[in-house]
Design a protein around this ligand. Structure first.
Ligand SMILES: CC(=O)SCCNC(=O)CCNC(=O)[C@H](O)C(C)(C)COP(=O)(O)OP(=O)(O)OC[C@H]1O[C@@H](n2cnc3c(N)ncnc32)[C@H](O)[C@@H]1OP(=O)(O)O
Length: 488
């Protein structure tokens, strides 16, 4: 098949899938909350029951991560997400306030386009299907080509379970021939209502430029600041647990450690004790060349690989049992690989002279990459944490927890999610951990509660006397004052 034939096939496939998804969504829109909830339960159960098989498939196909950790991600995306959303009201009348005389009705957005990354393919499919159906929408997936088979299998098992539980056929589907042109068509099609884009920057930018409303996830690059009051052994444990989880593929995981001068030696000793290997200057330079590709994007050869695989690839000789590789760094910038996002067990290590310098440094790192995403602080001082929270350009400031598991809401009480909004500063329309509430609109039914005479009041000039522009202006001023007084 020529490239052109493949593109045409992909585009035609997308059009067919959207047609079926639109039809199915009309049926979903007429279902009760109970019917929708039963379908979600079936999707979660199928995802959970198949969590091991799907994790192994994703690992084998992409070569990223650790399959045992992908099992945890699949369980989180199915049962964990279901637990958080099962009691949410998402269908029909959401509220009816007798006092304010405003009633709220949920309105599904329609057909969702779900772009799936190669780093968390199966878990992201289960999660996006659950939150879309819960909000009364159909979803058509666009798989990352390098994770195609595991994504197809995930869609197959959850779609079959959903249909058996009453879901209309076509409500959950996936492109089988993913091409850039086909995905472009999915994003721009007039019947696609919303794009949920999780993946590489280029794809997320394409989603924002498509003309269709989009919720995208930009790059993470969260520093972890170990403040002087931190419980250092616990902070180090959290950072290493996070950075080694699925070999660092979660975008909320730590990318650098920042310490103050006075705790530097203690933190380094603890990191070494818990399995971190500090690269010397020559080794750091050797590894640095493999972090980015020539075009400045992350090198997939190191993504989700163990330190042993990375060492073999880069010709480094490291001690047996090393869990993460750490390079001391002092610079920040797009051409400084250690200061950027590395979805691998590699960390930069910065020393700041004091607290305020650590603050400035973390802002600088985030402003170069990862603005609006996540950062982590380890501290026992609530006043410091509050102060720290006020100025950082992130949507999630995680405290005393592993970044990867805290950001997605597994180790914190944030909304469990595998798509993390990055707010306006990160180019996103929302800073939320994306859930069903981001996937329906609200129609507000508002009863009249004031008449014009009330708004006008008794001392307003009569409309009958309005003859001149001056009078008109006087009347408008009085009316504006009355309305403002009513609203206060
Ligand atoms: C909560 C979370 O953890 S979300 C985590 C999500 N974050 C990420 O995925 C991190 C960002 N991702 C990346 O930087 C990259 O995807 C990597 C480094 C992980 C992998 O890199 P690669 O394997 O080279 O894949 P990359 O994403 O660059 O895409 C490869 C090709 O597939 C194409 N592609 C990717 N997704 C799709 C899609 N949905 N449909 C069609 N084509 C696609 C890309 O456009 C690219 O095409 P090109 O080679 O012609 O330019």
């Amino acid at each position: 098949m020529t490239i052109q034939d493949k593109d045409l096939l992909s585009i035609q496939e997308v059009r067919d899938l959207i047609g079926q998804a639109k039809k199915a969504q009309k049926e979903l829109a007429n279902m009760s909350q109970e019917q929708i909830d039963a379908i979600c339960e079936a999707i979660a159960k199928a995802g959970y029951d198949n969590r091991v098989k799907l994790a192994q498939m994703a690992h084998e196909e992409t070569g990223f991560g650790i399959w045992q950790d992908k099992v945890v991600k699949n369980a989180f995306a199915s049962q964990g997400v279901l637990e958080a959303i099962k009691d949410m009201k998402t269908v029909g009348v959401l509220s009816d306030n007798e006092e304010t005389k405003v009633m709220e009705v949920a309105v599904p957005v329609g057909v969702v386009a779900g772009l799936i990354p190669s780093t968390n393919p199966t878990s992201t499919v289960i999660y996006k299907a659950l939150i879309s159906i819960k909000a009364g929408n159909s979803i058509v997936f666009s798989p990352h080509p390098n994770a195609l088979n595991s994504i197809l299998e995930t869609v197959k098992v959850i779609e079959a379970a959903a249909v058996a539980a009453g879901c209309p056929a076509g409500a959950i589907s996936t492109m089988k021939v993913p091409t850039i042109q086909g995905t472009d068509q999915l994003m721009k099609h007039q019947d696609t209502s919303l794009i949920l884009a999780t993946g590489g920057s280029a794809m997320v930018k394409a989603a924002y430029s498509s003309g269709t409303p989009a919720i995208g996830v930009g790059p993470g690059n969260g520093p972890a600041f170990i403040e002087r009051t931190a419980n250092i052994p616990m902070a180090v444990k959290h950072i290493l647990d996070s950075k080694t989880f699925d070999n660092g593929t979660i975008c909320a995981s730590e990318q650098s450690i920042i310490v103050e001068e006075n705790s530097r030696d203690e933190v380094i000793a603890e990191l070494k004790k818990q399995g971190a290997y500090f690269l010397n200057a020559k080794e750091a330079e050797q590894l640095e060349k493999f972090i980015m590709r020539a075009n400045g994007t992350m090198n997939p050869q190191i993504v989700g690989k163990s330190v042993q695989r990375i060492a073999a690839l880069t010709g480094l000789s490291i001690p047996e049992g090393a869990r993460v590789l750490i390079a001391e760094e002092s610079r920040v910038g797009s051409k400084i690989p250690y200061s950027r996002e590395k979805l691998a067990p590699i960390l930069a290590f910065y020393t700041a002279p004091n607290w305020s310098a650590a603050c400035e440094l973390s802002i600088d790192i985030l402003n170069h990459e990862g603005a609006g995403h996540t950062m982590i602080i380890h501290s026992e001082d609530k006043a410091v944490i509050r102060k720290f929270a006020l100025k950082k350009p992130v949507s999630r400031l995680l405290v005393n927890t592993p970044g990867a598991l805290g950001g997605i809401g597994a180790a914190t009480n944030l909304m469990p999610a595998l798509t993390l909004g990055c707010g306006a500063v990160g180019g996103s329309s929302t800073s939320d951990n994306i859930g069903p509430a981001n996937l329906f609109n609200i129609r507000r039914v508002a009863y009249g509660v004031r008449e014009l005479e009330e708004l006008r009041g008794t001392d307003a000039p009569s409309t009958a006397t309005v003859a001149t522009d001056e009078n008109k202006e006087a009347l408008i001023n009085v009316l504006v004052e009355k309305v403002l007084a009513q609203l206060q």
